[in-house]
Design a protein around this ligand. Structure first.
Ligand code: HDD
Length: 666
C-alpha cells in the first residue's frame, strides 16, 4: 500500500485536494505538500571534482600474508576476502556530462577491513598535475567551465586550462599522460589504477616500508581513438557506465590485480627522483610491482543515489599498518576529503550511511548532530569514567603513526629534489609506440587548436621542446606556428639517460585476447543465419559479446526463414559502440544499406578507427559505397569458408590494426 513518509495510507496519488473540481488547491493537502517538499530537496551538491562517477560492489582477496611488511589486518591471511566498493569517475565534468571526455579517471576503492575502512583514492594515471595541494583549487578552476561564460563543459581544450598548464612546468609529465590514450579509455574494466603517492606499510614491530599501489586489469588495457570518443559521446553518453553495468549483470565480473612496489629508505635515497614527488613514477622495470591480491567487482548497487552518490572516500581512512608519507599533495588531501563530505552530505553523521559505515564493530562517543541515527546508549558518553561503561583505547591494536623523526624550519618552500619537470615526461613519450606518439601529438594539437590566445599555445610548445623535439615540431606545424619558440626555462636540465619503460605503453601491453570486448554485426533481411551462429559460437568461446544491428527495430528474417533478433537499429547502433564489426548481409540488403548514411558511416568509421572488419561476399558493394577497399589491408577479413568466423575472432585479439592509421589519417 502506498503511504506517506509518516506511514499514513494514501487514497489518491493522482489528484491534489481541490475546493471543487476546477477550484484552488487546498493548503490542507498534507500528502501533496509532503510529496512536493521532498521532491524539491532531492538534489545534494555534486562533488566539486569527480562529479560524474559510477560504482560497484565486490571484494578484495589477499594472495599471501604480507605480515613481514604490514600489520594491516586485510593483508595477514592468504585467501582473506575484504568487502569493497569502487567508484570510477571523470574529474572535470559535472554529474550529467558524458563518459568519454578526455580526462583523468578516478579509481577510488573503499575496503571495509576488519580494522576499519581503508580508502585508496586513486586515479588511472600514476602521477598528478601539481606537487603541492595548495595548488589544487587553481588547477581545478582552470579546467572547469570558464567562470564568465559557464562553458566549456567536461573539456580541457580551452584557454584557462592551457594558460595554467603553460605557467606550471611541474604539470608536464601529467600532461603527457592526459594527452595520451590513457585519458580516453575504452572501458573502466580496461584501465589501470594507481594510488599515486608513496605510502608506508608498517609491520607489528613498527618497521616501515615505502609502498606504491597499482591495480592491473585482468582483461588488459585498451583505449579508443579520439575521433571515436567524440562520436561515442553522442551515440551513448553513458558508454562507460553501461559497459560496467552490462559486464556485471551478465556475470562477467571485472577484475584487477593489486601490485605493490615496496622499497626502503636506501632505495629512495638512490632513486633518480624524490619518492615524495607525486609528479614522478618509479618505472616498473626499475622496481618490479609484486602481486598481492585481486579486486573483483560482482554486484551493482541497489540504488545509485544511496550508494554511488553518497559514498564518501577519504584518503585519511587508513587502517593500522598503512600510513602516509610526507608527499605534500597527500598531506593536503588528508584535509580536503573530510571537509568536502560535510558540504556534500550535509552532516557530520555521513558515516551513519550504510555505504560509509564500517562493516567491523565500532564504538565511540561521537554523538548528536543532524540525522544522528546511531547515538551511544547508556549513561556514559565520555571516558575515562567510573562506571566501567563504554569503549577504551587499545594501545597495542590501535592505529599508531609511524614515529618518523621530523625536524626543520617552518618554511613555504618546494624541495630542490622536486625541480626536474621534464625528464620523466620525456621518458613517458619515448616509451610509447609510434601510433601512441602520434595520438599524443594529435591530442595536443586538438586541445591547443581550441585555445584562442596565441601566446598560450606558443608557451606550451616551448615546454614540449624540453620533452621531445619531434613532438614539439609536429604540434607547432599543425598549429601554424612558423618560428619555433625558445625552449622553456628549465629549473633542471631535462635528462636524456632515462631508459624507455615499455610498461608505459598501452599497445605494448595488449591482452592478446578479445575477451570482454564487443563485436557488432550489421545484418540485413536475407542474411545467413548459420554464419551468424558460427560467429556467435566463436565469440562466446572467446568470452566476448556479440550484438546484432539491423535496419529495423526487432530484427530481420534470415535467408532460411528464421528470425534474427537485433539489439540495435542501424541509426542507434553505430560502429563506435563496438570493438570490431562484421557485415553479414544479403545482396539486396547490401544494396539497400549502401543507400543509408548510417550504414555507410557504420562501415567507414570502423575502418577509420582501425577496427577489424569481417564481411560476406555480398557486403562488398556496401564496403565500396562506404569508401572502403575490401582488399585494403589484412584487417578486412572475408567470411568465406567454414573456419572464417573462428579465424576472424582470433584476428580481433589484436584489437586494432594500428598500421592502417597512417593510411586513413585518423
Ligand atoms: Fe581528489 C575526489 C583522486 C588530488 C580533493 N579525488 C576525488 C575522487 C578521486 C580523487 C578518485 C573521487 C572520489 C569518489 O569517487 O567519490 N584526487 C585524486 C587523486 C589525486 C587527487 C588520485 C592526486 C594524486 N584531490 C586531490 C587534491 C585535493 C583533492 C590535491 C585537494 C587538496 N578530491 C578532492 C575533494 C574530492 C575529491 C574535493 C571531491 C569529492 C570528494 O573529494 O569526495 O575532496
Amino acid at each position: 500500500m502506498l503511504t506517506t513518509a509518516q506511514g499514513g495510507p494514501v487514497s489518491d496519488d493522482q489528484n491534489s485536494l481541490k475546493i471543487g473540481a476546477r477550484g484552488p488547491t487546498a493548503l490542507e493537502d498534507f500528502h501533496f505538500r509532503e510529496k512536493i517538499f521532498h521532491f524539491d530537496h532531492e538534489r545534494i551538491p555534486e562533488r566539486v571534482v569527480h562529479a560524474r562517477g559510477y560504482g560497484a560492489h565486490g571484494y578484495f582477496e589477499t594472495y599471501e600474508s604480507l605480515a613481514a611488511y604490514t600489520r594491516a589486518d586485510l593483508f595477514q591471511r592468504a585467501g582473506e576476502k575484504t568487502p569493497a566498493f569502487v567508484r570510477f569517475s571523470t574529474v572535470a565534468g559535472s554529474k550529467g556530462s558524458f563518459d568519454l571526455a578526455r580526462d583523468v579517471r578516478g579509481f577510488a576503492v573503499k575496503l571495509y577491513t576488519k580494522e576499519g575502512n581503508w580508502d585508496l583514492v586513486g586515479n588511472n594515471i600514476p602521477v598528478f598535475f601539481i606537487q603541492d595541494a595548495i595548488k589544487f583549487p587553481d588547477i581545478i578552476h582552470s579546467v572547469k567551465p570558464e567562470p564568465d561564460r559557464g562553458f566549456p563543459q567536461a573539456q580541457s581544450a580551452h584557454d584557462t586550462f592551457w594558460d595554467f598548464i603553460s605557467l606550471t612546468p611541474e604539470s608536464m609529465h601529467m600532461i603527457m599522460w592526459v594527452m595520451s590514450d590513457r585519458a580516453i579509455p575504452r572501458s573502466f574494466r580496461f584501465m589501470e589504477g594507481f594510488g599515486v603517492h608513496t605510502f608506508r606499510f608498517v609491520n607489528a614491530k613498527d618497521e616501515s616500508t615505502f609502498v606504491k599501489f597499482h591495480w592491473k586489469p585482468k582483461l588488459g588495457l585498451q583505449s579508443v581513438a579520439w575521433n571515436e570518443a567524440v562520436k561515442i559521446n553522442g551515440a551513448d553518453p553513458d558508454f562507460h557506465r553501461r559497459d560496467l553495468w552490462q559486464a556485471i549483470q551478465s556475470g562477467n565480473f571485472p577484475e584487477w590485480e593489486m601490485r605493490v612496489q615496496l622499497f626502503d629508505q636506501d632505495f629512495a635515497d638512490s632513486f633518480d627522483f624524490d619518492v615524495l614527488d607525486p609528479t614522478k613514477i618509479i618505472p616498473e622495470e626499475i622496481l618490479e610491482p609484486i602481486a598481492v591480491g585481486r579486486l573483483v567487482l560482482d554486484r551493482m548497487p541497489d540504488n545509485f543515489f544511496a550508494e554511488t552518490e553518497q559514498v564518501a572516500f577519504m584518503t585519511q581512512n587508513v587502517p593500522p599498518g598503512i600510513d602516509f608519507s610526507n608527499d605534500p599533495l597527500l598531506q593536503g588531501r588528508n584535509f580536503s576529503y573530510l571537509d568536502t563530505q560535510l558540504k556534500r552530505l550535509g552532516s557530520t553523521n555521513f558515516t551513519h550511511l550504510p555505504i560509509n559505515a564500517p562493516k567491523c564493530p565500532f564504538h565511540h562517543f561521537q554523538q548528536d548532530g543532524h540525522m544522528a541515527m546511531r547515538n551511544p546508549v547508556g549513561r556514559v558518553n565520555y571516558q575515562p569514567n567510573s562506571f566501567g561503561e563504554g569503549p577504551r583505547e587499545s594501545p597495542q591494536q590501535g592505529f599508531r603513526s609511524f614515529a618518523d623523526a621530523e625536524e626543520g624550519q617552518k618554511v613555504r618552500l618546494r624541495a630542490e629534489s622536486f625541480a626536474d619537470h621534464y625528464s620523466q615526461a620525456r621518458q613517458f613519450f619515448q616509451s610509447q609506440t609510434a601510433p601512441e606518439q602520434r595520438h599524443i601529438a594529435m591530442a595536443l594539437t586538438f586541445e591547443l587548436s581550441k585555445v584562442e590566445t596565441p601566446v598560450i599555445r606558443e608557451r606550451v610548445v616551448a615546454h614540449l621542446l624540453n620533452i621531445d623535439e619531434s613532438l614539439a615540431t609536429a604540434v607547432a606545424d599543425k598549429l601554424g606556428i612558423k618560428k619555433l619558440p625558445e625552449p622553456a626555462d628549465a629549473a633542471v636540465a631535462p635528462r636524456d639517460d632515462l631508459k624507455p619503460s615499455p610498461a608505459l605503453s598501452i599497445i605494448e601491453n595488449g591482452p592478446d585476447s578479445f575477451a570482454g570486448r564487443k563485436l557488432g554485426v550489421l545484418v540485413s533481411p536475407g542474411a545467413d543465419a548459420a554464419l551468424l551462429k558460427k560467429l556467435q559460437a566463436a565469440i562466446d568461446k572467446e568470452g566476448a559479446v556479440m550484438e546484432v544491428v539491423a535496419p529495423k527495430v526487432g530484427g530481420v528474417e534470415a535467408a532460411d526463414g528464421s528470425w534474427i533478433e537485433a539489439r540495435h537499429m542501424v541509426d542507434g547502433g553505430p560502429s563506435v559502440l563496438f570493438d570490431a564489426v562484421a557485415l553479414v548481409v544479403s545482396e539486396q540488403g547490401a544494396e539497400r544499406l549502401a543507400g543509408e548514411a548510417a550504414a555507410r558511416d557504420f562501415v567507414a568509421d570502423a575502418f577509420a578507427h582501425c577496427k577489424f572488419i569481417a564481411f560476406t561476399a555480398e557486403a562488398v558493394p556496401l564496403l565500396e559505397k562506404a569508401g572502403v577497399d575490401p582488399q585494403a589491408d589484412e584487417g578486412l577479413v572475408p567470411l568465406g569458408d567454414a573456419k572464417a568466423a573462428k579465424a576472424f575472432v582470433e584476428t580481433c585479439r589484436k584489437l586494432r590494426l594500428w598500421s592502417r592509421e597512417t593510411a586513413v589519417k585518423l
